[in-house]
Design a protein around this ligand. Structure first.
Ligand code: NOJ
Length: 536
């Protein structure tokens, strides 16, 4: 199997509004990101996945793009983007752009044209019907919006300001490929593809994801843009199974490098329920089953996993599955060790490497996220108590991940000099911040740094088979096995001591957050103990 740079890479996701503000307007920007590249180089990451920085009215914080080849004023301009690319590349850091081509903003020139001139070519770049059906928007309400001017409805699976593109239209597809090539020619190293499994939708049959032509489109896109170039492409595919993931990521298929699958994230809410009905506590046996399935079914050469706990749409993992109290640091390291030693490309979401947590939102006034606000409005209308709504939002709402990055203990955590930041800064920044993490050789930061280095330097992290080990419920243990070596990874995913009953022939410690010898001696794991040892 041909190896690519991304097999040994660790990717760091930046949410631009919240990373670092350079001009004192309370919103993060490109110059701010450039000013923190030395920090990212110290962490050791291979590439940044940059959430959207394109021109946008920011209805969905940039996932509503009005010009794919311009930068939003709040983030700077194209020369700032070029400077970020150049400065990152100088430090050996690649840039992966967010590609949002399931929909545009309603302020994109194509949609403006389509709306104003129903007989223009652009009309068919979007999806119009005389009558709506009962498809729902993911952000609440109907997926159809009436347009007075033409007397038709257009489809929007997200907000009204995010009309869905019609991928059936070949001219539209070509425009998307041209735009991708324009960015590739600039020197970027890949794309994270937003809700890419929706581009093959067939609204009249109520098919949103995994439509019949999806893979034809991706093959066409690959030939038109990616072929012959060593880029990383990762598709956001909420409904992927291992079978489906192979279609995207098997090298023979010539589509994408990998996909984000969300089966483990599904454990954050009750089965077959909306995400807001969150599940208290982690179902470790279910998590083990899911990881085992994905690790063994996506065999090397047949597909490739991406590994993540967090992103800008998810709660901070420590707040939902880790420990934000006594074991904050230890549980953060344990979760990192559990994830980064599996097969796949790991993704770190900004602030994860210092153990950032959810925000204690008091009321709706502190929120920005359109999804959370729509959920609250709908729930209030249905008579749900505000205390219950806020409880869900505090646990699951997307703004938890989006509060400003915590750089130091100063006012606004060193994120911005403005007294008013676009989302509030977490009050715990006085204890949880980059400055404190860098000063402590035992901090979460250095566990991440070590995991990234291990991946760069060791072929076994790519090649070795994955073998789940039989353990008690709360313990996740697996071996990575090659022809000449085995590595055992053991994690106590709980705040209680657990029996350790694996028979091991210890050779060498690879990484640990505990004293593993004490574990071997006492045959007991302490809360959130985690280690990887080479075994005979
Ligand atoms: C998925 C993105 O991650 C999310 O933030 C966004 O709201 C939707 N796609 C719509 O683009």
């Amino acid at each position: 199997m041909k190896k690519h740079w991304w097999h040994k890479a660790t990717i760091y996701q930046i949410y631009p509004k919240s990373f670092k503000d350079s001009n004192g307007d309370g919103i993060g920007d490109l110059k701010g990101i450039t000013s923190k590249l030395d920090y990212l180089q110290k962490l050791g990451i291979t590439a940044i996945w940059l959430s959207p920085v394109y021109q946008s009215p920011m209805d969905d914080n940039g996932y509503d793009i009005s010009d794919y080849q311009a930068i939003a004023d709040i983030f700077g301009d194209m020369s700032d983007m070029d400077e970020l690319l150049a400065q990152a590349n100088q430090r050996g850091i690649k840039i992966i752009m967010d590609l949002v081509v399931n929909h545009t903003s309603d302020e994109h020139a194509w949609f403006v044209e389509a709306r104003e001139h129903p007989d223009s070519d652009a009309r068919d770049y979007y999806i119009w019907r005389d009558q709506p059906n009962d498809l729902d928007s993911i952000f609440g309400g109907s997926a159809w919006q009436y347009d007075d001017k033409s007397g038709q409805y257009y489809l929007h699976f997200f907000s009204k300001k995010q009309p869905d593109l019609n991928w059936e239209n070949a001219a539209l597809r070509q425009k998307v490929y041209d735009m991708m090539n324009w960015w590739i020619d600039k020197g970027i190293d890949g794309f994270r593809m937003d809700v890419i499994d929706m581009i093959g939708k067939i609204p009249d049959q109520k098919i949103a994801n995994n439509g019949p032509k999806l893979h034809d489109y991706l093959k066409e896109m690959h030939q038109a843009t990616l072929a012959g170039k060593d880029l990383l492409t990762v598709g956001e595919t909420w409904g992927a199974t291992p079978e489906i993931a192979k279609k995207y990521s098997s090298p023979a298929e010539e589509e994408l490098s990998m996909v984000f699958q969300f089966e483990h994230i599904g454990l954050q809410h009750k089965p077959n329920s909306p995400k807001w009905d969150y599940e208290k506590g982690l179902n470790v046996p279910a998590l083990k089953d899911i990881f085992n399935k994905w690790q063994t079914e996506l065999e090397l050469g047949q597909g490739w996993n991406s590994l993540f706990w967090n992103n800008h749409d998810l709660p901070r993992v420590l707040s939902i599955w880790g420990d934000t109290g006594t074991y904050r640091e230890k549980s953060a390291k344990a979760l990192a060790i559990a994830l980064h030693l599996m097969r796949g490309t790991p993704y770190i979401y900004q602030g994860e490497e210092i153990g950032m947590t959810n925000y204690p939102f008091k009321d709706l006034g502190e929120l920005n996220d359109i999804e959370s606000l729509n959920f609250a409005a709908e729930s209030l209308e249905n008579g749900r108590a505000i205390s219950e709504i806020m409880d869900s939002i505090r646990m699951i709402g997307r703004d938890n991940a989006r509060t400003p990055m915590q750089w130091d203990a100063d006012a606004n955590a060193g994120f911005s000099s403005s007294p008013q930041t676009w989302l509030p800064v977490n009050p715990n920044h006085t204890q949880i911040n980059v400055e404190v993490a860098l000063a402590d050789p035992d901090s979460i930061f250095y566990t991440y740094q070590k995991l990234i280095k291990l991946r760069k330097e060791n072929d076994w992290l790519v090649d070795a088979d994955f073998e789940l080990q039989e353990t008690t419920d709360k313990v996740f243990a697996y071996k990575r096995v090659t022809a000449d070596a085995s590595y055992l990874v053991v994690i106590n995913l709980s705040g209680e001591a657990q029996p350790f009953d694996l028979d091991i022939d210890y050779q060498e410690t690879i990484i640990t957050n505990t004293c593993e010898f004490e574990v071997f001696e006492k045959l007991q794991l302490q809360p959130w103990d985690a280690f990887c040892v080479k075994v005979g």
